[in-house]
Design a protein around this ligand. Structure first.
Ligand code: SF4
Length: 471
């Protein structure tokens, strides 16, 4: 039978069938960060276990690290953050795991550094104690977000138990209009299929729009698979993938490169592979999207109105009312024109060099609106360096943005970057849950980098196509 990538890669990594009906699966790459690893390393110490394959785990620090250079010196002002930083430094040293700390040139958000170092490769099984590990599926890998106990399993055995998923092919046809990006595509997909629509599934993204995406756009897309309920998301590897990976520090070199590319081609879904479900979208008809509610599925195109409660089923209405009340919005109101207090461009969804290039291109010559706090936070030290080499930091600074040091920043606010009170934030991150950005009453509107740039310069939700004359 012709197979899809998910089943080919899964089958090749099965070690054994478990009595539970699940499978023990070999994990090729384990990415580690400071939040979910301390308890796992403690468990290893308690059981007197070693890390089974230290060369298959790589660690960095992202969630708790301050992004203001004045707050980055040691010891960190936040004693809990300092404790976590010291813990990952000690744990990785004691167990022989590579650690990319601040000033190493390789520190950054775990889902940004894996690909840019060439650690993330097609056909791999990848795990990390973070929900947005699905990002790495952009390379044609099976990439799972896991919990602390599974982090310990992988450190000790390099395997974890997994059930087999169903696979839904999501085909996005046509060509995107100017001003429409991967972020808009994934918000539209989640809006269409719902935040639980992908439960039990792997999402395979394909079609003309996806084939034309750069690797960074594919990462944005796959990053938010988890927000649609899918366990993982992936794109079949192709020439764009190979071109991105060639010459990266951990990519195969010389003859190994040719062998690797041959293998990577072989694991792509067969032309007539079967799927458990197929969904199609017309990319040509998409407009920039903005979330209005408290889940990533509650979005509208920027030129649409917020839906009316009456348009939902009885079972859906309570969540819609809860979202409107929390966001202090009326159903049927326009989203365009809603004032914003803070703008955040960054995160593992949209904190890569192409995100900043696009945003800087439109921001040039504009000024951040009075009273708006606007942050640009590179996803990694490498992104920071590349952006500075292009002068992007100066473009943003001249416009009135703050250019920060690499980290998760305001995506999750486990660091000093937090909303205050009822502030509304135009954010390029991936979650708009209640209180996600640090204030229990803070409000998040998810959007693409150029939509966030448009919000920054107008002080309100705006159609970037109109603000910047994109045609
Ligand atoms: S940027 Fe946000 S979603 Fe991504 S790893 Fe950091 S906290 Fe998690």
């Amino acid at each position: 039978m012709k197979q899809n990538l998910y089943n080919k890669v899964f089958d090749r990594h099965v070690v054994s069938r478990l009595s539970s009906g699940q499978y023990q699966v070999l994990i090729g790459l384990h990415l580690v960060h400071e939040v979910t690893s301390p308890q796992a390393f403690a468990l290893l110490r308690e059981r007197r276990l070693k890390v089974r394959f230290p060369n298959r785990s790589f660690a960095t620090v992202d969630h708790i690290i301050p992004t203001d250079s004045k707050e980055r010196h040691r010891p960190l002002q936040d004693s809990l953050a300092e404790e976590m930083l010291q813990a990952i430094e000690k744990n990785t040293k004691d167990f022989g795991v590579s650690y990319f700390g601040p000033e190493s040139g390789k520190q950054g958000i775990v889902h940004v550094i894996g690909p840019e170092l060439g650690l993330t490769q097609p056909g791999m099984t990848i795990a990390c104690g973070d929900s947005h590990t699905s990002t790495h599926g952009a390379f044609g890998s099976l990439a799972f977000g896991i919990g602390t106990s599974q982090v310990a399993d992988i450190l000790a055995t390099q395997t974890m138990s997994l059930g087999r998923l169903k696979v839904r092919k999501i085909q996005v046809d046509g060509k995107l209009s100017p001003g429409v990006y991967a972020k808009d595509v994934i918000l539209a997909i989640i809006r269409k299929l719902g935040v639980n629509g992908g439960v039990g599934y792997a999402y395979e993204y394909c079609g003309e729009v996806i084939s034309n995406f750069s690797m960074e756009e594919r990462m944005t897309l796959c990053n938010m698979s988890i927000e649609g309920g899918a366990r993982i998301g992936y794109v079949n590897p192709d020439e764009t993938t190979f071109e991105y990976l060639k010459g990266r520090p951990y990519s195969p070199q010389g003859a190994d490169w040719d062998k690797a590319v041959e293998y990577w081609r072989s694991i792509a879904s067969d032309a007539d592979a079967t799927f458990d479900d197929v969904v199609t979208l017309d990319g040509s008809s998409l407009a920039p999207h903005v979330t209005w509610g408290i889940t990533p599925g509650q979005s509208v195109a920027v030129d649409e109105n917020i839906p009316t409660v009456a348009s939902f089923s009885e079972s859906e209405k309570p969540l819609i009312r809860e979202a409107l009340e929390y966001m202090d919005l009326q159903d049927g109101q326009k989203i365009e024109g809603l004032p914003v207090n803070v703008v955040f461009i960054g995160s593992c969804t949209n904190g890569r060099i192409s995100d900043f290039q696009e945003a800087a291109r439109v921001v040039k010559g504009h000024k951040v609106a009075p009273g708006v706090k606007a942050l640009v936070v590179p996803g990694s030290e490498a992104v920071d360096k590349a952006a500075k080499a292009l002068g992007l930091h100066e473009v943003f600074r001249e416009a009135g943005f703050e250019w920060r040091e690499p980290g998760c920043s305001m995506c999750l606010a486990m660091n000093p970057d937090k909303l205050k009170g009822r502030e509304i934030c135009a954010s390029t991150s991936n979650r708009n849950f209640k209180g996600r950005q640090g204030s229990p009453a803070g409000r998040t509107l998810l959007m693409s980098p150029i939509m966030a740039a448009a919000a920054a310069v107008t002080g309100k939700v705006s159609d970037a196509r109109k603000v910047f004359g994109l045609k």
